[in-house]
Design a protein around this ligand. Sequence first.
Ligand SMILES: *Cc1c(COP(=O)(O)O)cnc(C)c1O
Length: 349
Amino acid sequence: MVSLFSDTETRPTAGMRAAIAAAEVGDEQKGEDPTVTRLQARVAELLGKEAALWLPTGTMCNLVAVKVHTRPGDALIADGMAHVIRAESGGAALASGVLVEPIRTARGIFTPSELAAAMERVTAVPVPYGQPVGVVCVEQTHNFGGGAVWPLDALRAVAACARERGVPVHMDGARLLNACAASGVSAADFAGAVDSLWIDFTKGLGAPIGAVLAGTSGFIAEARRYKQLFGGAMRQAGIAAAGCLYALDHHVDRLAEDHEHARLLAAGLAATDCIHVRTPEPETNMVFFDVRGLGIGNAEFLRRLAARGVRMGAAGGAIRAVTHLDVTRADIETAIAAVRRVQAESVAG
Ligand SMILES: *Cc1c(COP(=O)(O)O)cnc(C)c1O
């Protein structure tokens, strides 16, 4: 089976499993796990932030960060298809009591004037009737935006707009390192534009567990409290953190290969009749395409494709294919051939 369902499909490699087996561990909840401590220091340095905090998932990073930045009743502003709004079970509402003010965009990237307009909508009626804006969230790369990269200048301009109004900016950097590979901008430069951010180790980096949130020492001290409160504090978590350290050493430089594979896939699909590629020139590791021209629904397309040994998923009304560590160039060719066979069979039938 070739799985392009998600970049979370990666399995730990033999090298990563060896690093995990050899990990030095301690009680992480007490701050005594040396491998977790090493990973946190490494990520803080990578991102140029004062401190960092290991958490079990990226979802918990967003949950904790929004909790630290906001008070109940504040507004959270983000692109309308941001993961923090659409794909976290309403966690920001439940845990932080924030009211979401979405910005409608084509690819998840908004401008300072769109942000200013959203802030004005929220504060149009003065306090005590209106509400303060607690946090602005950006997503790098933007998942439902097709793996779109926030250019550094665009990010800085939006952050300046928020800062002028005294509002912090939080980055969901689940795929920040993909953005770095695609743009040549360093992780620290992107991170320098925002107040807090996190990276996920279970996406293109290929580790089985873990994400690390970074920010000022004060922010991380508060975050540590909520990590405990939400049940995210662990024991011998160095077992998992060792996989993340291994990923930083071995799986970052190769991300460009995933992007090359996504471009190959997009080109192959674009040359297939009745398939409309929404991301004809993918910036990173995702390809979105429509199969309406085949006269079968997304679910039926995915079923027929799986029967031919290729797994993809549906997202945002389209088919989504994501390249990653466990997908080779030959797998991309297999995937294109499988889509073409489903296409030919659908048109014939
Ligand atoms: C996967 C993802 C998350 C959540 O991360 P988990 O580690 O799966 O909890 C958040 N934001 C984006 C953009 C993601 O792709």
